[in-house]
Design a protein around this ligand. Structure first.
Ligand code: CUA
Length: 343
């Protein structure tokens, strides 16, 4: 059935991705519109099919006594009746007009207006950049304060509670091809298009984990371009923000691992804030271990999975843009010892 999908994300088991279980105002508007249109068109379908089936059965010519034309079981024929002609032209026109009005209202309800948040709101602004095949999030501003850190694949937004709306306004960009951001329980799909800026917004009053998926074919690993939206309690969100804002931990116990990491070409693509790893092409690793998954939601972020990933990303996610660097076992161990401290 349309929109009713249960997706196993391989990390947290089956998760609810149903558009019939909305958790934000715009997803609620979309569900209400869908159900209304389905009811109206369903009623028309039943009426037309009902009359058709009734006519087929009621006026079927009997094999035994086939009546002559114009006689017997044939229904009375009506020609040139002005009132009937007007009625069945006007009725569909009226239905289409009413549906257009309701659609316009729904469009208005889901529209984004990042410059004009609701009164008393504490808005969050995030720029989302689609990459083959992961999501980059640049946290810009929250409740009037500048942020300016970058993370990947797992979005955190604060819950709206105690009458304070905390909308998250997303500015959507793409680094390469077209992608589409879709978190069914939070909003409709919006495309990320190279050379164009789109906007969307989330707002939820339910603390939960919401799963999403890239919804526009973008290359071999399109199906593995998953995303997670954590709607956190206000305190949790603040703690997460405070941690993300810090530079990477510099644990003296893993100096050797850090040097192994910094001496490899990892640093051409990845950034670890506070070190000379300043790449911008691949996910920011400053707080890598604060993420629940690796490879854009494919596998849990555990030491074992991380080791497999660093040793040979192509085995985990064939076609991804990170090559295997032919590191020795010892080099991989050292790099993992460092990366696992980045929480
Ligand atoms: Cu990105 Cu499909």
């Amino acid at each position: 059935m349309v929109g009713f999908i249960l997706l196993a994300d391989g990390v947290s088991g089956a998760q609810n991705l149903s558009i019939f279980d909305p958790a934000s105002p715009s997803a609620e508007s979309i569900r209400a519109l869908f159900i209304l249109v389905l009811a109206v068109t369903g009623a028309i379908f039943l009426l037309v099919e009902g009359v058709l089936i009734y006519s087929i059965i009621r006026f079927r010519p009997r094999a035994a006594a086939r009546p002559a034309a114009g006689e017997g079981t044939e229904p009375p024929q009506v020609y040139g009746s002005m009132p009937i002609e007007i009625a069945w032209t006007a009725a569909p026109g009226l239905i289409v007009f009413l549906l257009a009005l309701i659609l316009t209202r729904a469009e208005y309800e889901v529209r984004v207006n990042p410059d004009n948040p609701p009164p008393g709101a504490k808005p969050l602004y995030v720029t989302v950049i689609g990459h083959q095949w992961w999501w980059e999030y640049v946290y810009e501003k929250y409740d009037g304060r500048q942020l300016g850190f970058i993370t990947a694949n797992e979005l955190h937004i604060p819950v709206s509670e105690d009458g304070v709306p905390r909308p998250a306004y997303l500015t959507l960009l793409s680094a390469d091809v077209c992608h589409s951001l879709w978190v069914p329980r939070l909003a409709g799909k919006t495309d990320l298009i190279p050379g164009r800026t789109n906007q969307m917004w989330f707002q939820s009053s339910e603390v939960d984990l919401y799963l999403g998926q890239c919804a526009e074919y973008c290359g071999t690993q399109h199906a593995h371009m998953l995303l997670r939206v954590n709607v956190d309690s206000v305190a949790q969100f603040q703690a997460w923000l405070d941690n993300q804002a810090k530079p990477a931990v510099d644990d003296i116990a893993v100096r050797e691992g850090r040097d192994a990491f910094l001496s490899q070409s990892c640093i051409n693509c990845h950034r670890v804030r506070g070190t000379r790893a300043k790449g911008t092409y691949a996910p920011d690793l400053t707080h890598l271990m604060s993420r629940q998954t690796l490879a854009s939601g494919m596998v849990p972020n555990t030491r074992d999975e991380l080791r497999k990933w660093v040793a040979n990303p192509q085995q985990v996610k064939p076609g991804c843009l990170m090559p295997a660097f032919g590191l020795s076992e010892r080099q991989v161990d050292l790099i993992i010892s460092y990366l696992t401290t980045l929480n």
